[in-house]
Design a protein. Structure first.
Length: 314
């Protein structure tokens, strides 16, 4: 039986048949005649029958040899097709990229990179999953996605050796109030000034509750929660009618209602790191490298906007 390891010898037999003699094949391929002859004999031993008939005028293929060469040409064609496919993937003319994000990054940072990626690499099949951070970490580990936006705070750093983490930007936490709130005209506010406030928070033990509790602990109070919202747009709506105030990551304020006011926190205000993660045990693909560069650029643009334009203070 011809073994898979004999694929190079199969292709070599095809070359010998194409050139007509072992001497011409040896000259063209850079082998010695004896080396080619030895490889053909090994292939014949594996096939269990002669593949060539040697005559003074050259070589002739047996029926078995013709069958081997026919398959060799099919193999050669498939290898060329494979190379074209690999070249397309390396050149970002084809391939896939599956990535993950969390909702606030998916509503602000990620669309900037997606828009550019789809414009520059229309042949790459891009898919994005937007879920909570625990699910993102699991999908990275199972290779369901190869890139993901993540976040952490200084009290709960992502310290996973299996992950390669790139710090994209810092995301400050802002206070959102109704226009009628006594603090609405302020340019900044300290957490110590918010002792008696009612709070609008995210439901379902959302991480922002811990941010609020930790920020409150620094000045010695526990928040009085008046409303639990399912998303930040709902939180803005409830703040707008004066039911409470809310702490919101700045990335979540990309779509801002005109009936709320945003006030930056002064002092030691909590802020999270926005990270890009991938498994560290494999080199990045061309698609991953391109998306990484685009997310870095999008992050720089967001930071530059923050420098030139502060949140509305009323």
């Amino acid at each position: 039986m011809i073994k898979i390891s004999s694929s190079e010898r199969i292709l070599l037999l095809s070359d010998v048949a194409r050139f007509g003699t072992m001497t011409l094949a040896a000259e063209a391929l850079g082998y010695s005649v004896s080396a080619i002859s030895q490889q053909v004999r090994k292939l014949e031993a594996e096939a269990g029958q002669p593949l060539l008939q040697r005559h003074s005028r050259g070589i002739f293929l047996t029926d078995a040899g013709k069958s081997v060469v026919e398959h060799a040409e099919q193999i050669r064609g498939r290898l060329k097709s494979l190379q074209y496919s690999l070249d397309d993937i390396a050149g970002l003319r084809a391939g896939t990229l599956a990535m993950g994000t969390f909702p606030t990054a998916g509503a602000s940072l990620v669309p900037l990179a997606i828009n550019r990626f789809r414009r520059e690499h229309p042949g790459v099949d891009l898919t994005v999953r937007s879920v909570r951070i625990d699910a993102l970490l699991k999908m990275l580990t199972t290779r369901e996605i190869s890139l993901s936006l993540l976040w952490d705070y200084h009290w709960s750093r992502l310290d996973t050796p299996e992950l390669e983490l790139i710090h994209l930007l810092d995301d400050p936490t802002d206070l959102v109030v109704a226009p009628s709130h006594p603090l609405a005209s302020r340019e900044s506010v300290y957490m110590s000034e918010l002792l008696d406030e009612l709070w609008v928070v995210r439901a379902g033990q959302h991480p922002m509750i811990e941010v609020l509790v930790r920020a409150g602990n620094h000045v010695g109070f526990q928040p009085n929660i008046a409303y639990e919202a399912n998303d930040y747009q709902e939180a803005q709506a409830i703040v707008a009618v004066g039911m409470g105030v809310a702490l919101v990551p700045r990335l979540a304020l990309t779509v801002l209602r005109d009936d709320v006011r945003v006030i930056p926190l002064a002092g030691e205000a909590p802020q999270r790191r926005i990270l890009l993660a991938r498994m560290a045990d494999t080199p990045p693909t061309a698609a991953e490298a391109s998306m990484t560069a685009m997310l870095k650029e999008a992050s720089r643009r967001l930071v530059a906007q923050r420098v030139s334009q502060t949140p509305e203070a009323g």
